[in-house]
Design a protein around this ligand. Sequence first.
Ligand SMILES: [Zn+2]
Length: 222
Amino acid sequence: MVIHALLAASLAFTSLPAQTAADCSRVKCLALTFDDGPGAHTPALLKTFQKAGAKATFFLVGKRVEERPGGARQIVKRGHAIGNHTYSHASLPSHLDDEILEELKVTQEAIEQATGVRPTMFRPPYGHTDERVLGLADEVGLAEILWTGTTLDWQLRDAKKIKAAVLKLAKRDGVILMHDVVPQTVKVMPAILKELKKQGYHLVTVPTLLRGKGPVAGVSYF
Ligand SMILES: [Zn+2]
């Protein structure tokens, strides 16, 4: 009896903070991703995800991490995944090798300094990429993460339209691109998460979606 009580107590204790990642080979998973932060609205977005028990992936701009290291730290602390989105939001293919390496490396340093975590994923700004960019990312230890659907939320700037776009793009094992620097996206996120959960989606990070088989440096996903 004593042993059982102890076991039950320890299980109850360990299950409090630990949120076991979903097994996406068994359940319907979707990865929501947010680019260009951390920004002024990122803390509000983190609260929304916390309340919903959902996880996301954030591709951070190095320059913005230097401006808001606390924002970057909060993302990691809340259990979300982070990636590198270059230092200055550069369109990489139009740059020289050394410039591309600099964009990626300086951002790795900024993120590691702010969060203690060194990213293993990057997302090229504007989705502009090629074999040369991918090879250079490999040198920095980064996998490339694209997306299966983009909401164009920065263009829409309308909560209802952004919600409709996300719901239309949602599909099993999908990766949806949004921006936590767009206030309307942050504002409508509680309603989006509610609807996606109602549809049976488990909202997970990109590494969880990859089922532990990635991200592998030098590989482009989605
Ligand atoms: Zn971007």
